[in-house]
Design a protein around this ligand. Structure first.
Ligand SMILES: CC(C)(COP(=O)(O)OP(=O)(O)OC[C@H]1O[C@@H](n2cnc3c(N)ncnc32)[C@H](O)[C@@H]1OP(=O)(O)O)[C@@H](O)C(=O)NCCC(=O)NCCS
Length: 163
């Protein structure tokens, strides 16, 4: 599978909205069902310290990863926070790995970030496996982290420290 990575542009909002409207994507993230195109258009506008990456295959946008950094917070300048989703019909085909590899390269080799962090629901096995593959470790459990489909769900705080 030939998967390429590029920076998201504001005009990609419809494709990104579609990624986050899939039931699996909603289940694994903090998105609500029925995402609005306008809110995604605003979220993809260039913002200081935000790197929105897209995975593309067969001329389609199939995955999104947001890397949020803190260039204006001197004591948090070494940190990146990650959120991601692959379109439901493309999961398990390598797009998540390609996105995470691009984010880690950006963080390690260009932004000099030494701590990448994220939260993941404790029952999200594919995501936890992906993160462990990139040397993220579990730092703690966040009880009742979010409400999902009628019940509270716990999350792990995971981080990857570059030594
Ligand atoms: C989690 C997610 C981003 C992973 O992306 P992906 O493109 O499906 O992942 P990949 O195909 O690159 O696989 C990465 C690893 O995940 C694991 N994995 C993938 N699909 C899996 C499945 N169905 N069951 C168990 N593990 C799975 C494997 O360990 C795999 O690595 P390997 O093939 O080298 O063993 C994607 O499944 C997704 O978007 N899920 C819904 C939204 C979500 O949960 N986002 C994360 C929020 S924290």
């Amino acid at each position: 599978m030939n998967i390429t990575i590029r920076r998201a542009e504001p005009g990609d909002y419809e494709a990104v909205r579609q990624i986050y409207s899939g039931p699996r994507a909603v289940w694994g993230t903090l998105q609500l069902p029925f995402p609005s195109a306008e809110s995604w258009r605003k979220r993809l506008e260039p913002a200081d310290g935000v790197f929105s990456l897209l995975a593309c295959a067969e001329n389609e946008v199939i995955g999104h990863l947001g890397l949020h950094t803190f260039p204006n917070a001197p004591r948090r300048r070494h940190i990146g926070q990650i959120g991601m989703a692959v379109r439901d019909d493309w999961q398990g085909k390598g797009a998540g790995t390609a996105l995470m590899q691009a984010a880690v390269d950006l963080a390690d080799k260009w932004l000099n970030l030494t701590r990448l962090e994220l939260e993941v629901y404790t029952d999200n096995e594919p995501a936890i496996r992906l993160y462990k593959k990139f040397a993220f470790t579990v730092e703690g459990r966040l009880a009742r982290f979010a409400f999902r489909d009628g019940q509270f769900v716990d999350a792990y705080m995971m981080a990857r420290l570059r030594v």
